[in-house]
Design a protein around this ligand. Structure first.
Ligand SMILES: NC(=O)c1ccc[n+]([C@@H]2O[C@H](COP(=O)([O-])OP(=O)(O)OC[C@H]3O[C@@H](n4cnc5c(N)ncnc54)[C@H](OP(=O)(O)O)[C@@H]3O)[C@@H](O)[C@H]2O)c1
Length: 337
């Protein structure tokens, strides 16, 4: 089969487009002929070898590796007889071990959700990794209550743009998002955020305080890091919940947990692959995302669709911050096994 893969860690040129052996379909797995996959920031981190360094080791990956955490496609084979009825069905799949940038991928049956023939592959292929992260941040890391205020850092990104919409679906009150350019700020507003805030301005926390009647936000989703990590405390409410799930700009200064006592605040972290130990939560999340998207209440934003062979360009678009929304890879429908 054709695939994008890398045999060593490094800059995006390590990505190769070529032939790889078809994946083996194991027990309780489905073999999927891929229509669409999409690119996550996590794919870039994996390619750079971030997760294989001692200081950032969170699972690691073996080489050679085919990236790709999510696909839409058709089931062509099964690993267990009890799954036989899946053959021919169209599914959206979360593939946390990677493998999605390919014509075929093996996915755990538990991490697949059936979708209608008419469903939009582009929208659904953009969902699993970023959508599950956004959903679990608001339902498992904390449970957002109706009317509560939320600040989403880096809100024009894949996770952030879905988190804005999911927060609103779950009944949040004031939803605020940050970004670095005027077009990204317009984009955040178009998703339903009550205010889009430019976090390149030093005093951005003041705007959060203004929009929340001086209280600060009840829930803060943080993935940026750097100086933003510390500034967040200027606009987190008493009893506020600070949820950490990324550090795009690096980890920031060391943090003294004792400070959380002063205003009875809590801080928690989320790392999506850990939730594989709670498959019922992953499944609930996938079903929520697919249903909300099919009903038109959730709209993943698609930035660009490129052919599978253009994996390097897809990574460049994300790394150079040129886009808002998801970059899809079209694996094509002409492939015959
Ligand atoms: N914990 C988990 O399980 C988990 C799961 C998925 C993602 N993540 C993390 O969550 C973060 C967002 O992921 P995503 O998939 O939504 O990524 P994305 O679509 O690339 O969005 C990242 C956003 O972060 C902002 N940003 C700030 N500083 C940046 C920098 N130096 N380089 C690139 N972007 C920067 C960008 O907005 P501006 O240009 O407006 O600043 C961008 O919109 C990443 O850190 C990722 O590693 C964690």
């Amino acid at each position: 089969m054709k695939a994008i893969f890398f045999q060593k860690f490094g800059v995006r040129d390590v990505l190769e487009f070529g032939d790889r052996p078809d994946p083996e379909v194991k027990s309780k797995q489905l073999l999927i002929e891929v229509e669409r996959t999409s690119v996550n920031y996590v794919d870039i981190r994996e390619r750079q070898g971030t997760y294989n360094r001692a200081e950032t080791h969170v699972g690691g990956i073996d080489l050679p590796h085919i990236p790709g955490l999510q696909v839409v496609g058709k089931v062509v084979e099964v690993g267990s007889e009890e799954d036989r009825s899946w053959v021919g069905k169209r599914v959206v799949a979360y593939t946390p071990e990677g493998g999605g940038y390919a014509e075929l991928v093996a996915a755990e049956t538990d991490l697949c959700v059936e979708i209608p023939e008419s469903a939009d592959a582009d929208l659904l292929a953009a969902l699993p990794n970023q959508g599950l992260t956004a959903y679990l941040l608001l339902t498992a890391s904390t449970q957002i209550k109706p009317g509560e205020s939320v600040l989403i850092q880096g809100a024009s990104g894949g996770v952030g743009s879905l988190a804005i919409q999911i927060a609103k679906i779950l009944g949040a009150g004031v939803v605020l998002g940050t970004a670095s350019t005027s077009s990204k700020l317009d984009f955040i507003r178009s998703l339903g955020a009550d205010e889009a805030i430019d976090y390149t301005q030093k005093d951005w926390p003041k705007i959060v305080l203004e929009k929340t009647g001086g209280r600060g936000v009840d829930v803060l989703l943080e993935s940026v890091g750097g100086e933003i990590f510390e500034q967040n405390f200027e606009c987190l409410a008493t009893f506020g919940r600070y949820i950490l799930f990324g550090s795009t700009r690096g980890p920031g200064e060391p943090f003294a947990p004792r400070r959380l006592m002063q205003r009875s605040q809590t801080m928690t972290g989320l790392y999506l692959p850990v939730f594989l130990e709670r498959p019922e939560l992953i499944r609930e999340g996938l079903e929520f995302l697919v249903k909300a998207t099919l009903e038109g209440r959730l709209r993943p934003s698609i930035a660009r669709t490129l052919p599978l062979s253009q994996g390097v360009e897809a990574h460049r678009l994300l790394e150079d911050r040129e886009i808002q929304g998801t970059v899809l890879l079209d694996v094509g429908t002409s492939f015959v096994r």
